[in-house]
Design a protein around this ligand. Structure first.
Ligand code: 5GP
Length: 190
C-alpha cells in the first residue's frame, strides 16, 4: 500500500534496537481517515475468504482490528496480555516473548469467544519476529478455529519471520514491507 510507505517515510522514526516509531498516525495519535483506508485495503484483500472473526492482541492491534472488523462486518476479539497464565479451563492461553520489551507474557482469550466454527483473520500493527502472531495462532489451534490469514500494517522483513511463516503455508498481507531501516534511510520490498 503506497500510502503506508509514504506515511512511514514522512512520519516514522527509527529508534535504536530496530524499532520504528509510528505514534503520530498509528500507535498513539491515530489518523482515523488513514485507518479507514487501511481497513478497506485489508477487507479488499480478504474478500471472499469467509472470515467470521478478527483476532488481535492488546493494545496496539485493537484500533486496526476494530476498523477491519467494522469494514468486514464481523466481530473483533482481542487477546489480553497477562503476566501469569490462568489454567482454569475457561480460557485459552499461550506464552509470548516480547523482543521489544524483552519479557515473557501470556496472551489469553475466553474460550467462549473463540470456537471451532470460527474462520479467523489475525490482525496486528507490526510483524517483527512473529512471536505475537504465533501466540495468537496457538490460541486458535487450542480452540480448533481456522486461521485463514494474517493482516499486518508494517512487516519488518529483515527478521525473516514473515517469510518463514509464508513458507509454512500461512497467508500474510502486509501494507508496508521494510527490507532495511536506519535513522537515515528506510527501504521497502518492491
Ligand atoms: P513480534 O512478536 O512479531 O516480534 O513483534 C510484534 C509486536 O511487537 C507487535 O504487536 C508490536 O506491538 C511490537 N513491535 C515490534 N516491532 C515494533 C516496532 O518496530 N515498532 C513498534 N511500535 N512496535 C513494534
Amino acid at each position: 500500500m503506497k500510502q503506508m510507505e509514504e506515511k512511514i517515510l514522512r512520519e516514522g522514526q527509527v529508534l535504536p534496537g530496530d524499532i520504528l516509531k509510528v505514534g503520530s498516525f498509528l500507535n498513539q495519535n491515530i489518523d482515523t481517515e488513514f485507518l479507514g483506508q487501511m481497513a478497506q485495503e485489508f477487507a479488499r484483500l480478504y474478500e471472499g475468504a469467509g472470515v467470521t472473526k478478527v483476532l488481535t492482541i492488546e493494545a496496539s492491534g485493537i484500533a486496526i482490528a476494530a476498523a477491519v472488523g467494522m469494514e468486514m462486518g464481523v466481530p473483533v476479539l482481542f487477546a489480553k496480555k497477562h503476566r501469569t497464565s490462568n489454567v482454569d479451563g475457561s480460557t485459552y492461553s499461550a506464552k509470548v516473548h516480547s523482543f521489544t520489551h524483552n519479557e515473557d507474557y501470556n496472551v489469553v482469550v475466553s474460550s467462549s469467544y473463540l470456537t471451532s466454527d470460527d474462520r479467523v483473520l489475525l490482525v496486528d500493527d507490526f510483524l517483527a519476529n512473529g512471536q505475537a502472531l504465533n501466540g495468537l495462532i496457538n490460541l486458535c489451534e487450542q480452540a480448533g478455529a481456522e486461521v485463514v490469514g494474517i493482516a499486518i500494517a508494517i512487516e519488518k522483513c529483515f527478521t525473516g519471520a514473515g517469510d518463514r511463516m509464508r513458507a509454512d503455508g500461512l497467508r500474510i498481507e502486509s501494507l508496508a514491507m521494510i527490507e532495511s531501516m536506519t535513522d537515515s534511510e528506510i527501504v521497502f520490498r518492491s
